[in-house]
Design a protein around this ligand. Sequence first.
Ligand code: NAP
Length: 258
Amino acid sequence: MDLGIKGKTAIVCGASKGLGFGCAEALAKAGVNLVICARTKGPLDQAAEGLREHGVNVTAIACDITTDEGRAAVLAAAGHVDILVTNAGGPPPGHWSDWEREDFIKAMDANMLTPIALMKATLPGMIEQGWGRVVNITSQSVKGPISVLGLSNTARTGLTGYVAGTARDVAKHGVAINNLLPGIHATDRAKSLDGAIVKAKGISMDEAKAQRSATIPAGRYGEASEFGAMCAFMCSKHVGYMIGQNVLLDGGATVSTI
Ligand code: NAP
């Protein structure tokens, strides 16, 4: 399928590995020029090298996207932005009684206020040209809360509320904003959450992974490449009529009828 986005420019945040890299790679395969970021320069530059093999321009900005300076650097490098994919690391797991105000502020900065700031900066240009796509990487925790990830539940639900209203406001300008909700995918984030179970239950990594896989009807963790393919589709010319939706990629783990 021709996604119809060859030659467009995308910002993909948190893209040196994992789901962000999966999205960047799928967009590169569709001919989209990229500005990618992550905090650690070495792996980011390596990711950029790999992405350039698809024949697109890739600018790599080593920065913390949750800071004003980081966002300014990424936006300046991109200049004109057609497509925005927001992403940053997820908050740590814990217990409802552990979290203090500062923990919530940090989670909201990363997983709610940063995507909102990036949308605020890029939507005017998209509106002016009459075309734009935004995909926010959120979490299955928006549809079905995961109690140990209360910081994520809270911050991402706030972002989801913002998108629900804003997406409907900008749709008339040819701009489609949607959220992509990962369930468990085989990335370093999944490994670190497996590791928390290893610690809590005194079992091996393989056992922790098997226990979590058993909660997924598909019987396995998702792959970043599958996630990236869906993201690229959600950035394509085909989704102009899909507005403010929350697309769940979780192997069936979240139990609901619709
Ligand atoms: P990952 O494998 O740990 O990759 C995270 C990427 O984001 C890396 O490139 C990382 O590079 C970058 N990053 C993290 N914090 C950043 C920051 N402040 N500024 C710029 N770049 C940053 O994680 P993932 O599995 O791809 O997860 C991506 C998002 O989806 C996270 O928010 C996660 O909570 C959420 N999620 C993941 C799963 C899953 O099972 N994988 C499930 C539900 C939700 P640096 O560390 O070098 O910055």
